[in-house]
Design a protein around this ligand. Structure first.
Ligand code: HEM
Length: 416
């Protein structure tokens, strides 16, 4: 019997490295024209498979054969750093589902978020009477998001603690900065690249120990304070930190190392993606003055009817133009970011069954890394595709609604 065909793979990337890194988009489009919706490349000693829009849903709908999460755990620096069992991630996801869904308790944090935003805006931007120059939007966006997360997770009091806000803001970027270099050692053996990453993270830089020690020390103080203030704390059911403390408590003793790891992991999942989304939205806003008037009018209209100075979810739902503008930004930029080298590929998956067979008969073997060709799925790779900030107005398609053609938050069982 004939073996079903494996996904065809093209020329080694090394021969085309310059083209690949200088103009990934046109390189991938050329490959797609040549090989179709599924093709593989030989990148730094490893074969990777790339899937365009026609077959992407087969992956996202077949999470039993393709495990995003395993790949996520294998590639996130936290896996090498923390080495926690799978229950650790399950607990974390349970907490996020319970506390952060828009229908659930998220509403409890709305005022905290707005207070934290006001502090950050005053501190990093201030009054804008004339024009202002923001030196690093990247820093400002991470500080804005980090302060919110600190306020929600550790409590409002800590949103004034700049040391802790800085750690929340910088931990992910500084660590991913350390691990972003091409896996050239794959040519010798795959495990060498991984070993080098772990070495760089753990021993060759003090970035991780510095942030971790700060978190550990602050958390031990918080735990001691909580012991004293037990009665005054009252109902802690909306308290995220308490949930992390409960996960880390055995026989009435809090394992502070484990608690610190929960906070580190939470920073990884929440801060960078959100501050990237904010930064990208501001870039698009800045470069499209034609939208300013309408977006401001919508905002002013809703701000004028807000009574106690805080927006609630209903007010925010009324900002349909802003929501559409954000969704269009995410379509262009996420989940990979236009500014990265391998910008157009994202949501890495790994085959976990012996073989995965696509509807066109092609197969990928076990262990193969598969990437979604996101700009193809989002159709931003099409000639003539233009940014249309109000594309989704009146379409009943909010930024949080996922679909086969909109994957910034992933798709399927492990979607954000
Ligand atoms: C604009 C902001 C964000 C973006 C674009 C984003 C994007 C993503 C993406 C692409 C995934 C992978 C989905 C997949 O496997 O298909 C993911 C997973 C996840 N995200 Fe987000 N995320 C954002 C904000 C957040 C925040 C603020 C939190 C926490 C409060 C969070 C918690 C999670 C968790 C727990 C997972 C893992 C889900 C699972 O494996 O079941 N994300 N996110």
């Amino acid at each position: 019997m004939n073996e079903p065909p494996l996904v065809p793979y093209s020329f080694p990337i090394i021969g085309h490295t310059k083209e690949y890194f200088t103009n990934t988009e046109s390189f991938l489009t050329t490959c797609r024209k040549q090989y179709g919706e599924i093709f593989s490349l030989y990148v730094f000693g490893e074969i990777i498979t790339i899937i365009g829009k026609e077959h992407s849903f087969e992956i996202t709908k077949n999470h039993n054969d393709f495990n995003f999460f395993e790949a996520f755990r294998e590639t996130l620096p936290t896996d090498s750093l923390l080495r926690r069992p799978i229950t650790f991630n399950i607990n974390l996801i349970k907490l996020v589902n319970d506390r952060f869904s828009s229908t659930g308790r998220y509403i409890t944090y709305m005022n905290k978020i707005q207070d934290a935003l006001k502090i950050s805006i005053d501190k990093y931007i201030g009054e804008c009477i004339g024009q202002k120059y923001i030196k690093s939007l990247d820093n400002v966006a991470s500080q804005l998001v980090a302060r919110n997360i600190v306020s929600i997770v550790l409590g409002e009091k800590f949103s004034y603690d700049d040391e802790i806000v800085n750690t929340f803001a910088n931990l992910t970027t500084e660590i991913t900065g350390l691990v972003h270099f091409p896996p050239i050692l794959n040519f010798i053996h795959k495990s060498l690249h991984r070993s080098l990453l772990i070495f760089r993270l753990k021993y060759a830089s003090n970035v991780y120990p510095k942030h971790r020690n700060l978190l550990f020390n602050k958390l031990s103080l918080i735990i001691k304070q909580r012991e004293h203030e037990k009665k005054e704390l009252g109902d802690t059911s909306a308290d995220i930190l308490q949930m992390f403390i409960d996960f880390s408590t055995k026989d009435d003793i809090v394992d502070l190392q484990e608690l610190t790891d929960y906070i580190v992991e939470f920073i990884f999942i929440s801060v960078q993606a959100t501050s990237n989304a904010l930064r990208y939205t501001l870039y698009e806003y800045g470069s499209h003055p034609e939208y300013w008037k309408e977006l401001l009018e919508e905002n002013e209209m809703i701000s004028n009817i807000v009574k106690d100075g805080y927006f609630d979810l209903k007010d925010i739902d009324k900002m349909v133009k802003l929501d559409s503008f954000i969704k269009e930004t995410l379509r262009y930029w996420m989940p990979c970011g236009k500014d990265h080298n391998i910008a157009k590929l994202g949501l890495q998956h790994k085959t976990i069954s012996d073989y995965f067979t696509f509807s066109n008969g092609y197969q990928v073997p076990k262990g193969r890394n598969v990437y979604l060709y996101v700009s193809n799925i989002h159709e931003t790779d099409q000639i003539g595709s233009t940014f249309n900030g109000f594309r989704y107005v009146g379409k009943n398609s909010p930024a949080t609604r996922l679909g086969d053609d909109f994957v910034p938050f992933g798709r399927g069982r492990h979607a954000c």
